[in-house]
Design a protein around this ligand. Sequence first.
Ligand SMILES: *Cc1c(COP(=O)(O)O)cnc(C)c1O
Length: 461
Amino acid sequence: MEKIKNIPTKIYISEEELPKKWYNLRADMKEKHDPFLNPETLEEVTKEDLTKVFCEELIEQELNQTDPYIDIPQGILDFYKMYRPSPLVRAYYLERYLDTPAEIYYKFEGNNTSGSHKLNSAVAQAYYAKKQGLTHLTTETGAGQWGTALAMACAFFGLDLDVFMVKVSSEQKPFRKELMRTYGARVTPSPSNKTNAGRAILKANPGTGGSLGCAISEAIEVATHNKNSRYVLGSVLDYVALHQSVIGIETQIALDKYGITPDIIIGCAGGGSNLSGLIAPFMGDKIKGKNDIRFIAVEPKSCPSLTRGKYAYDFGDAGKTTPLMRMYTLGCGFMPAPNHAGGLRYHGMSPLISKLYHDGYMEAIAVSQNEVFDYAVKFARTEGILPAPESAHAIYAAVQEALKCKEKKEKKVIVLGLTGTGYFDMTAYKQFNDKKLVNYDPIDEDLEKGFATIPDIPQNR
Ligand SMILES: *Cc1c(COP(=O)(O)O)cnc(C)c1O
């Protein structure tokens, strides 16, 4: 097959070209998302409210709405050099398979041992914790990628780590757990009886497979009971989006090198971190009127926060311990079906992505898991990479757009975030290969149960 415009299959940028600053998209947003609220006072959260839970420097970043660029400290740049830049790959073989005139590119973040983009923020968070003199971190993990990324980062910076892993995932993915332990983390299936939050949830739902919201409550409880410990979060928050902007900046540099202008940028959306990172510089330009790119968030039909959720103030966790955030949410008590294998199980969506979506800057679609795995397998067979099921949501949407191009004989440039690899998702792939994977698309009554857990406070402020 001929290669068009001499575009290499893998577009790398050099070590010298690696971004030295993160991009804080929020600084360029015309309207900011609503502030976090203290759930007791319903006033805006203060730094003091947050310091018991989060590292100081990360709070500064979280509350920074004014500086568009923030220097990446040398210690983090040094770590990034171990696995970055990540390649931007032209999906020549997928294009040929689809017989589409569209150009498809994927930014591949699965090129590190943790297997996903999450390492970009894990390293930053461990670095700042170390700098603050902390010795211990706690977190939750769902599918296990975040826990693994943080375990790698904590091993590097010499920090102790407690990971609360959603129980169903820890059962489905015993090797994920072992990988985290190999990097020195202590892993506890959640809900556990180590915490008040875990015990309460176990009492209310005995056989529960757990949820991210519940694991978050447990991790926060442990962190706040230990003065040298803090809680770190791998998605949802603005500081995570900030760190992940390294994905989008590298993508922009690589595309610019070959004069490629994207028409559509697509990312899967769980808590929204890879998506906000991938789109950040492009969205900043769109807000400034410099491009007219379509941005598409792709979520699972079984956990459809953007496409079917409410835009409301809600807690970030099932135990109702976090500040209130205004976001698209299914309700902090929402539990996705236990047979849902495709990841992206969080009940809410980052306030940043929620705001962009609410204001019409981006679109969202929801996909059933069989469709997702169908394209995960097609992608593996054409492009060679075994995608994480989460990433396959973005593949699915990119394929739909590429097929539309075929129908209309249009050449569009589609960029998608291939957030990670699926080596630890073989139970799910097995179910799919055995044709035993069931779609679970909640009906309205199912969602109503979740909505009933959204706190009853004045929503319009
Ligand atoms: C965690 C994860 C996601 C979803 O998280 P976001 O915060 O929405 O990016 C997507 N893909 C992979 C591989 C992940 O590990």
